[in-house]
Design a protein. Structure first.
Length: 202
């Protein structure tokens, strides 16, 4: 992430667009576009840390606006801007992946700066959790494969010993390997090894 926090404001009302840079300290760098299509194009170029998104744009309305943007840039946190009577829409947007929502006309500089920083931290924490979960799943898969291989090898060893002893019997020779019939049963009935995701030790 750049030293300055770069915010993309997606808002078609010039008055709101002009007000946001005046609210924030110099540690924030503001870019603005008036349409969702322009926002998606800008996000392709990277370098944006946070999006302030109005859901009512000339080319997109409602939660569909958030869905399109999240699909294009799932790793960039989004704060939704709503009208004074759109609290339910704001809550729905958070359920759909927005980090927060702010009501137009009730925003000041400190509130906006704090919301932006909290959104960035929550996004970082969510990404770290996602990576840890993926690592655990990968480890679980590796342990499962190893366990299947180990059980299969043990079963094959028991079978080979039994085959050798059977050949010895046919030749009239004493068996060369001591076998325990319970070995095969234990091997075939072995459950999967405890894994990280199952609560066992890794």
């Amino acid at each position: 992430m750049s030293e300055k926090l770069r915010i993309l404001v997606v808002e078609d009302n010039p008055a709101d667009t002009d007000l946001i840079p005046e609210m924030l300290p110099a540690s924030f760098q503001i870019e603005s576009v008036a349409r969702l299509a322009a926002a998606l194009t800008r996000l392709e170029s990277k370098g944006i840390d946070l999006v302030l998104l109005d859901l009512g744009l000339p080319d997109s309305q409602g939660l569909q606006t958030l869905h399109h943007l999240r699909h294009a840039a799932p790793d960039i946190p989004v704060i939704v801007l709503t009208g004074t009577d759109d609290h339910e829409l704001g809550v729905a947007a958070v359920r759909e992946g927005a980090q927060d929502y702010l009501v137009k006309g009730q925003i000041n500089g400190s509130l906006l700066a704090r919301a932006a920083r909290y959104a960035l931290e929550r996004q970082k924490a969510a990404e770290a959790l996602r990576q840890q979960t993926e690592a655990l799943r990968t480890r679980n898969h590796e342990l499962t494969l190893f366990n299947r291989f180990a059980v299969g090898r043990e079963l094959r060893m028991v079978e080979l010993k039994q085959e050798v002893n059977e050949l010895c019997r046919r030749l009239g020779e004493p068996p060369r390997h001591a076998t325990d019939s319970s070995q095969a049963g234990n091997a075939s009935g072995a459950g999967p090894a405890p894994t990280a995701l199952d609560g066992g030790g890794v």
